[in-house]
Design a protein around this ligand. Structure first.
Ligand code: NAD
Length: 290
């Protein structure tokens, strides 16, 4: 296939490189980032999008996505797939899909989980929203860039799944960290705490696969001085998207709101930017109730 790839940052560059390595003809565009090996460089966003069978975007936020989509949808070939893999607000995903569909394109919102490591290894999970036909066009590309793709429903459903998943992740990571901090103060050994909880009803991905306590459980960013991993500011971005969606859908999400507030304080006032999101444990362990 002829594929245009817009947004060649930490995630987009390895995803585009994997598509090229699989034999597709990939043309990339980014405002600043270099084009990865195997990917041709376009001078403008329109040059990257025109005449392609599929265009994939991997951009920072919904505002930028809407602006890029505004520039390219009218230039794309009718019947082509417009696949946005960025994490954005549900509303932006729907607005972009509507504009693309009105011009005869097949739109899919397909945010990912798996991080930079998953992008490089081609093991991402895609959560997709759009018509059956649009998903069918995108699926072979998801198979190259990832190991699993779930068709979640109509436009916006992929973004909805992503932010609900990451709201749970933020909340469970905070719960796991504060339980470790409490266990410390109760004199409970962290390894014993892990041995019990990881096989009891308090288990979760945060505890079992990404344990925030150094030296305990499988290797995780905690064992690497909390170098991300999944940076606290990216968790904050996703939590804020969850609360934006909750407000527009009139959903009561008190735990999600509290997790958002805690990560905002950590990132914006306590030097948490650039640290893994599991660094909430060292933040909490030094504190008392005051
Ligand atoms: P990044 O900042 O490394 O890359 C974004 C790229 O988009 C940059 O290279 C930037 O120059 C480019 N860009 C910005 N505006 C542009 C425009 N108008 N035209 C062309 N290019 C433009 O970010 P990333 O880590 O690659 O993340 C991309 C998306 O994936 C985000 O929505 C993020 O939330 C999501 N995501 C990231 C991770 C992760 O671990 N990094 C995991 C899952 C999802």
């Amino acid at each position: 296939m002829k594929i245009g790839f817009i947004g060649l940052g930490n995630m987009g560059a390895p995803m585009a490189a994997n598509l090229a390595a699989a034999g597709h003809t990939v043309t990339g565009f980014d405002l600043v980032a270099d084009t990865p090996e195997g990917v041709a460089k376009a001078d403008t966003v329109i040059a990257a999008a025109a005449g392609q069978d599929a265009v994939i975007t991997m951009l920072p936020n919904g505002e930028i996505l809407q602006s890029v989509a505004g520039d390219i949808v009218a230039e794309m070939t009718k019947g082509a797939a417009f696949i946005d893999c960025s994490t954005v607000d549900v509303e932006s995903a729907r607005v972009v899909a509507e504009a693309a569909t009105a011009l005869g394109l097949h739109a899919v919102d397909a945010p990912v989980s798996g991080g930079i490591g998953g992008a490089a290894a081609g093991t991402l999970t895609f959560m997709a929203g759009g018509s059956e036909e649009a998903f069918a066009l995108a699926e072979p590309l998801f198979d190259i860039m990832g190991q699993k793709a779930v068709h979640c429903g109509d436009s916006g459903a992929g973004q909805a799944a992503k932010i609900c998943n990451n709201m749970i992740l933020g909340i469970t990571m905070l719960g796991t960290c504060e339980a470790f901090a409490l266990a410390d103060k109760l004199g409970l050994d962290r390894q014993k705490m892990f041995d019990v909880v990881s096989t009891s009803s308090g288990y979760s991905w945060s505890m079992n696969a990404y344990c925030p306590a150094p030296g305990v459980g499988p290797e995780s960013p905690a064992d690497n001085n909390y170098k991300p991993g999944f940076a606290a500011e990216l968790m904050l971005k996703d939590l804020r998207l969850s609360q934006q969606a909750a407000v527009s859908a009139n959903a009561d999400t008190p735990m999600g709101q509290h997790a958002t507030d805690l990560y905002a304080t950590f990132v914006e006032e306590e030097d948490g930017e650039g640290k893994d999101f599991s660094a909430m444990l060292p933040r909490l362990e030094g504190r008392g109730r005051g």
